[in-house]
Design a protein around this ligand. Structure first.
Ligand code: ZN
Length: 366
């Protein structure tokens, strides 16, 4: 797995009418470049991910250690050359070069590209054009034959040595790395691109989304002497929640709310409690595959509102810690998560401190 992923996020974005550089505009609740970064990380296909930016101070967030942030050059081709030179010391086999302005590719595309490098030196995703394309020669327009014209996308995948040698010899400023192969009459393998993997160029691209809501509810019985887990963390308390798993009512409700919003049934279908392999499972392990389904389908969370229904422990004491934990598990901004505590006037099982319940509503968009 000696693969490297270069994300070019140092463009000037002249066509994007905004003061902030386009790569740092919030798109689906994250900076534009973070979509590519998070997907590369969760694919686990890359030894290192190199993020190329104009100014390293622009990056405030902490990323895992295999994410390296470097300063780019004036033009796109300068930045990619800087990144290619930078990773030479690691002796990479394969490198994928990607424009941060394309946030919507899938992990499957990454896998296809890397697989294709087993037999090819260069592999790029292409789609056929839905619109007819014309080109102009001396004031006259000609139709491009649509059946043999392609629109090229990124990530573009290369054998490292090949692309490095071509890049250091390049004379003209290139639009993408595939151009170097074309200019040198070298073979490129075309693989199927993805129509939704378009470049975010104009502000309108950012606004075309659909929104869904989901609701979740869960209740577990309190047992003296058991560990109590809420929102993925251990809470000091004399009792814990009984269940097939760790009984984390907050995470279970969140899972059901997210599945509901995605219209993908419920937690019981995914984790049947007659299956031994889910016995005593920690709930963050149940949430992780749900977050994967969200990412794979290009959903993102707009907000979560949580009611934790119990007499004890007091929510106010653990609110910050629980929200921090949820923010980490969901890769979601803290200010998009709200947690309320609710008592029930000592009524019923919950009022007698024999159970804790939780309800969650979430909004997601695609
Ligand atoms: Zn549960």
């Amino acid at each position: 797995m000696n693969n490297y992923f270069i994300i070019l996020a140092s463009g000037q974005s002249k066509r994007f009418n905004s003061i902030k550089p386009k790569q740092f505009i919030k798109y689906k609740n994250k900076a534009l470049f973070e979509h590519s970064l998070d997907k590369a990380l969760s694919s686990q296909l890359f030894k290192k991910i190199i993020l190329v930016v104009n100014n390293r101070k622009q990056i405030k967030k902490k990323y895992p250690r295999n994410v390296l942030i470097i300063k780019g050059g004036k033009e796109r081709s300068d930045s990619s050359l800087i990144a290619l030179k930078y990773i030479k010391k690691f002796n990479p086999n394969n490198v994928l070069i990607h424009d941060a302005a394309r946030p919507n590719f899938t992990i499957k595309l990454l896998k296809n590209l890397i697989n294709s490098l087993k037999r090819n030196k260069a592999s790029i995703p292409v789609i056929s054009s839905k619109d007819s394309i014309k080109y102009k020669v001396k004031n006259q327009l000609f139709n491009l034959n649509r059946s043999n014209s392609y629109l090229t996308q990124t990530p573009q995948a290369f054998n490292y040595k090949e692309i490095y040698n071509l890049s250091i010899k390049q004379k003209n400023k290139i639009q993408d790395e595939a151009t170097l192969f074309i200019e040198n009459d070298l073979k490129i393998k075309f693989i199927s691109g993805e129509t939704f993997n378009n470049k975010i160029t104009f502000k309108e691209d950012v606004q075309n989304t659909k929104t869904y809501f989901g609701i979740g509810f869960d209740i577990h019985r309190l047992i003296l002497g058991k560990k109590l887990y809420l929102g993925g963390i251990k809470i000091p308390f004399h009792s814990g929640l009984k269940g097939h798993s760790d009984g984390d009512v907050i995470l279970h409700s969140i899972i059901d709310a997210l599945l509901g919003a995605m219209r993908k049934k419920d937690i019981g279908t995914l984790f049947p409690d007659n299956k031994n392999r889910f016995k005593n499972i920690r709930s963050p392990k149940m949430l992780a595959p749900i977050v994967d389904i969200l990412n794979k389908n290009n959903f993102y969370i707009n907000n979560l509102d949580i009611n934790l229904i119990c007499e004890q422990p007091k929510v106010s004491k653990y609110r910050v810690a629980i929200i921090n934990s949820l923010s980490n598990l969901l890769n979601l901004d803290k200010d998009l998560i709200n947690l309320k505590g609710k008592t029930v006037e000592k009524l019923g099982l919950i009022g007698k401190e024999k159970a804790i319940a939780c309800e969650v509503i979430c909004s997601i968009s695609q």
